[in-house]
Design a protein around this ligand. Structure first.
Ligand SMILES: [Fe+2]
Length: 336
């Protein structure tokens, strides 16, 4: 790519993604200043890298968190202010409200995901494929328009071998769909809902009564196949049990609920999308920033030993270019 940035990727260990560095760069300050001088360069690098970009050596952001918001602004017109959307105050950075805290220590106190059952595959490896690996989602798909990009900084990662983030490439997975499945998802719409409303598959199977939904948290329709507004490529756009609506969905036009054709189709698609060739496992190093495109990737987090380890990660969410499917829409989660 042009300018002062060089893709030194591909991302090691992945069939997609890029590793970006800058010749002679010394940390986040210089990197971001360079990026701001050529503001199209980083978004172009992200698109050229199939939606996943690793930037290393960004730990100067820890002492100057506004740098993470500055970096995020290069990827879209709007970086979410988490104080404006009634996010619990303990989950939001004290001085930079664009930063969402993903952490098991105060003030956020968020526990890690559960271990898969069994914890390892039969050949002793980290489980990555659905349904053994659970939690696959794309950020905030319960909103319309959904966000484009997430940016994630490792402030205090846990030791490698736990607390990884896994990504699956929805573009490659769509391209590799068998013709029969490709025909079935054409024009299909998924129904996504915020976790914690009693509408997840587990909640429905457990017989929980879903709580009444407010007007700003109604389940939202999303195309199962999204056309990427920058690359023009089609990608699977799906979540699994926790962020689809298993009361009225998961798919429009198929019998709703946790059993039957719709459930079988979602399981088949998620199992396909998380096949090993589409998945990347990121082991975090302090100062890593991962930028991912929610329009064409899904991701999930893994367990870590929260009794022994503290983990502090900062996330921003960037929106502004969801594509023509969403043209002119007002935000589903904010009162008109
Ligand atoms: Fe996420």
């Amino acid at each position: 790519m042009s300018g002062n940035f060089d893709l030194v990727g591909p991302l090691p260990g992945a069939n997609f993604g890029g590793l970006l560095s800058r010749h002679g760069a010394h940390g986040a300050h210089q990197f971001i200043a360079e990026a701001e001088r050529d503001p199209a360069a980083l978004p172009r690098a992200l698109a050229d890298s199939q939606g996943l970009l690793l930037l290393q050596g960004m730990s100067a952001m820890e002492g100057e968190p506004a740098l993470l918001a500055r970096l995020s602004r290069l990827f879209g017109t709007e970086v979410e202010n988490y104080r404006e959307v009634l996010t619990p105050a303990n989950m939001v950075h004290e001085t930079v409200p664009e930063i969402f805290l993903v952490s098991n220590v105060p003030p956020a106190n968020r526990p890690p995901p559960r271990q898969p059952d069994p914890p390892l595959t039969v050949d002793g490896k980290l489980p990555t494929q659905f349904p053994h690996r659970k939690g696959w989602h794309t950020d905030q798909s319960y909103r319309r328009p959904p966000p484009d990009i997430s940016v994630f900084l490792a402030v205090v990662p846990v030791p490698q071998g736990q607390g990884q983030t896994l990504f699956a490439d929805g573009t490659a997975a769509y391209a590799a769909l068998p013709p029969g499945l490709k025909a079935r998802v054409e024009g299909l719409q998924g129904l996504h809902v915020r976790p914690g409303t009693g509408r997840s598959r587990d909640s429905v199977l457990a017989g929980e009564t879903p709580r009444p939904l407010g007007p700003l948290e109604r389940p939202q329709l999303q195309p199962v196949v999204r056309m990427h507004p920058v690359t023009g490529q089609r990608a699977l756009y799906l979540c699994e049990s926790g962020q689809m609506d298993w009361v009225e969905g998961p798919f429009v036009g198929l019998p709703p609920g946790p059993h039957g054709e719709a459930a079988d189709l979602l399981f088949e698609l998620m199992t396909h999308m998380t096949r090993p060739e589409f998945v990347y496992v990121h082991e975090w190093t302090r100062g890593d920033v991962l930028v991912w495109d929610n329009r064409c990737l899904v991701h999930t987090a893994t367990w870590f030993d929260a009794d022994k380890e503290r983990r502090v990660m900062w996330r921003t969410t960037v929106r502004g270019n969801p594509g023509t499917d969403y043209a002119g829409e007002s935000k589903s989660w904010i009162a008109a």
